[in-house]
Each structure stands twice: as structure tokens, then as C-alpha cells.
Design a protein around this ligand. Structure first.
Ligand code: SME
Length: 170
């Protein structure tokens, strides 16, 4: 059993503890799906006011649903479409106050109002996946969340693109 006590007085400290816990959870494990599953669970448990937390993987230039917590979601998202597809196409984080005002937003869960999507990029500069966080509250995410989630993506990128064996992600 893993029991991470993440309690912090402010967001930067919360993200610092979350990144450290994710680092410890994935250390030495080469399987990307296992690592994404545990990181999704950690995000879900540690961050308040979410209704979805997880990954979309880059499979041959299309985003495909990966490990997540929350309601069942759309499976495939083209690059450039919606918030996730925009993050994938631009390789830039997308911090959206109100998704209903975002052109082309894909409504997987009607409860989602704000959203943060951060690209996970490999050492070669190619997109591995995106981290998608959704909230039922307007403007739930800010620049401190962007910075924290980017640090998570940077720290874990080499553990989120690998395979133990077989052909996942290749
Ligand atoms: N709303 C997202 C789609 C993914 S779900 O939120 C899980 C988007 O527009 O990219």
C-alpha cells in the first residue's frame, strides 16, 4: 500500500509534494501504463475540486485515452481539436477558465467547467502524452498549477513513454 500524506499550506508546496510522491511511485518502473495509472490516481487524490484527472497518449499523431480517474471519456481526440488537441498541436499548456468559451471544446463530462492540459514531451522533443485535469469550478487552475503540472511532466517524461515489453506506444 502507498500512503502519501500530501498536506500543504499553499499550491506551490502541494505541487512540490505531489511531484516528489509521483517521482517515488514511478522510480525504477519502465511500464508507461502502470506509471500513468498511478500518477492519475495520485493527482485525483491530492488535488481538490477535480472531476477528471488523467492522460491522453500520442499514438501515431492522434490522442488516445490513457489511464485516468473520473467518468468514462472520449477515446480519440485529433491534434488541434478541443483543449487536449490544442495542447498536443502547440506543445503549450492550456489553462482554460471556462471551457464553454473555448472553440471546439469536446464535452466529455457536462460537469467540466475549467481545464488544465499540459503536454508531456520526450527527450527528443516529441509529444508522448498530455496530462488533462478537469474541474467543475470556473477558473479552478492558475499559473501555479501550470508550473506545478509542467514540473510533473518534465520530471516523469522518461517514465511515461517507455514499455516493459510489447508494443504499447510504439
Ligand atoms: N474536454 C477535453 C476532452 C477530454 S475530457 O475532458 C476528459 C478537451 O476539450 O480536450
Amino acid at each position: 500500500m502507498y500512503d502519501f500524506q500530501i498536506e500543504a499550506p499553499d499550491k506551490p508546496e502541494l505541487w512540490r509534494q505531489l511531484v516528489a510522491a509521483a517521482d517515488a511511485l514511478t522510480e525504477g518502473e519502465p511500464d508507461a501504463v502502470a506509471n500513468m495509472a498511478n500518477v492519475a490516481a495520485l493527482l485525483w487524490e491530492s488535488l481538490p475540486d477535480l472531476n477528471w484527472a488523467g492522460f491522453y497518449r500520442n499514438l501515431d499523431g492522434e490522442l488516445v485515452l490513457g489511464p485516468f480517474q473520473g467518468r468514462a471519456a472520449c477515446i480519440r481526440i485529433p491534434f488541434g481539436k478541443g483543449v487536449c488537441g490544442t495542447a498536443a498541436a502547440t506543445l503549450e499548456p492550456q489553462c482554460i477558465e471556462d471551457v464553454h468559451a473555448f472553440p471546439g471544446h469536446i464535452a466529455c463530462d457536462a460537469a467540466s467547467v475549467s481545464e488544465l492540459v499540459v503536454p508531456v514531451v520526450g527527450a527528443d522533443g516529441a509529444l508522448i502524452a498530455v496530462i488533462d485535469l478537469d474541474s467543475p469550478s470556473r477558473a479552478r487552475f492558475d499559473q501555479e498549477d501550470v508550473a506545478g503540472c509542467l514540473e510533473l511532466a518534465r520530471r516523469l517524461s522518461d517514465r511515461l513513454g517507455g514499455v516493459a515489453k510489447g508494443s504499447f506506444g510504439s
